[in-house]
Design a protein around this ligand. Structure first.
Ligand code: T46
Length: 137
């Protein structure tokens, strides 16, 4: 049986609005379809930086722009899509076997990622040909 193709889906978190400002929260297993094993964030990103350029074998994660904006380009081996993240309530759920590239960071952008697994370099496809083989066979 062939590998399941990866998927990418936008997720909108709750927002509590009052005169003091907005509050958004996220619960693993409730708002996300996995328990959160790791949180990491990217900041001080030069506006011309390109990040990503890999896919994961098992990890799934949700990517947020907590501040500013950036582009996420995804590729599941069949379909390529572009997403702009700019709303802290809206995350991009990126499953395993999805190649992702991130660029067009605005000045001061902060990217937060909620991940289903601890960091493991062995979980990465950093070579596009290796990824394509796993995603399409
Ligand atoms: C992804 C995008 C959105 C760690 O030691 N622990 C960690 O949790 C992470 C994420 C990275 N690292 C080390 C590994 C590298 O030596 O930090 C260095 C930079 O990592 P990387 O080049 O993978 O960073 P990005 O921004 O290209 O990719 C990261 C995630 O790795 C990746 O899963 O989807 O952010």
């Amino acid at each position: 049986m062939g590998a399941r193709l990866g998927f990418v889906k936008e997720i909108t978190l709750p927002q509590i609005h009052d005169p003091r400002g907005d509050l958004t929260f996220v619960e693993g297993g409730n708002h996300l379809p996995f328990d959160i094993a790791r949180v990491y964030y990217l900041y001080n990103v030069p506006v011309d930086a390109e990040r990503g350029g890999h896919a994961h074998k098992e990890l799934e994660q949700v990517i947020f722009a907590l501040s500013g904006s950036f582009r996420v380009r995804t590729d599941d081996g069949k379909t390529k899509s572009d997403f702009w993240l700019r709303d802290p309530r809206k995350g991009l759920h990126v499953s395993k076997l999805v190649w992702r590239e991130m660029d067009c960071f605005s000045q001061g952008a902060v990217c937060m990622v909620l991940a289903s697994r601890p960091y493991d370099e062995d979980d990465y496809f950093r070579d596009y040909k290796d990824f394509l083989k796993a995603a399409t066979t």
